[in-house]
Ligand binder design. Structure first.
Ligand SMILES: CCCCCCCC(=O)SCCNC(=O)CCNC(=O)[C@H](O)C(C)(C)COP(=O)(O)OP(=O)(O)OC[C@H]1O[C@@H](n2cnc3c(N)ncnc32)[C@H](O)[C@@H]1OP(=O)(O)O
Length: 200
């Protein structure tokens, strides 16, 4: 039988280890109900300036949780009239990523596992919610659901994920230089990044 994690690969379990701790909402996290806005105007998930994007709008929830809505457009089809699974996973990923705002931590997706429970037709408004369940060192364990027909409707998609905390250098060192330079020349973008660097 092959090993789940071959030598040299990271441990990728989505189950928090026994000594994981509860997530802490940052003292300056936006109040529940506050729109979080985009972390980057050209983001495929949340950027208003991204013409090909999902234009997801997330709001702070209680504790370390967020809610968001995503409207499935014709450009998001996989099968005729139905949302593409990868697009739905992107919506879940973006919603999970916006949990960063509540902990004032910069983190990127390490692993994300999606369950597709119901087909999602074009024009559907997917009601998303996400929460952090546990933290272990730099690993942030979180889950998200997407419901149709309203915030209490049936669950169409759900995901469990591990996000990994990173420094702002993760982006500066790895992003394409044009976009990094433009972001660093934009005082609003720099302010947003700085807000995440200061932990209590
Ligand atoms: C600003 C926010 C934007 C939000 C947008 C929406 C979210 C996104 O889509 S982000 C984009 C997609 N994600 C990426 O591009 C990430 C690409 N991957 C990487 O850069 C690296 O693999 C990275 C940073 C995740 C981890 O690398 P590195 O910093 O070297 O971590 P490393 O030291 O190996 O591991 C740290 C811990 O995380 C764990 N870990 C690492 N990778 C994974 C993984 N894939 N799954 C689970 N756990 C992992 C390790 O096991 C280790 O745990 P422990 O501390 O218990 O030993």
């Amino acid at each position: 039988m092959s090993a789940v994690n071959p030598p040299g690969s990271p441990k990728t379990s989505l189950v928090p280890p026994p000594d994981a701790v509860a997530p802490v909402r940052h003292a300056e996290a936006p109040a529940p109900g506050t729109a979080l806005g985009a972390h980057y105007d050209m983001c495929f998930g949340c950027g208003a300036g991204q013409p090909h994007g999902l234009h997801l709008e997330a709001r702070a929830g209680e504790g370390v949780s967020v809610t968001a809505e995503f409207t499935v457009k014709p450009a998001h089809q996989g099968a005729p009239g139905l949302a593409h699974g990868g697009v739905l996973t992107s919506a879940l990923d973006e919603t999970l990523g916006s949990l960063n705002w509540l902990m004032h931590v910069i983190a990127v997706t390490g692993r994300l596992e999606t369950d597709f429970l119901l087909p999602v037709p074009v024009d559907t408004v997917l009601h998303l919610d996400a929460q952090v369940t546990a933290v272990h060192g730099r690993k942030i364990y979180c889950s998200a659901t997407g419901r149709t027909g309203g915030p209490d409707g049936p669950v169409a998609v759900r995901a469990d994920a591990v996000f990994i905390e990173v420094k702002v250098e993760h982006f500066i060192d790895n992003g394409r230089s044009e976009e990094i330079q433009a972001a660093m020349d934009d005082p609003d973008q720099v302010r947003r990044a700085r807000a995440f660097e200061v932990n209590p």
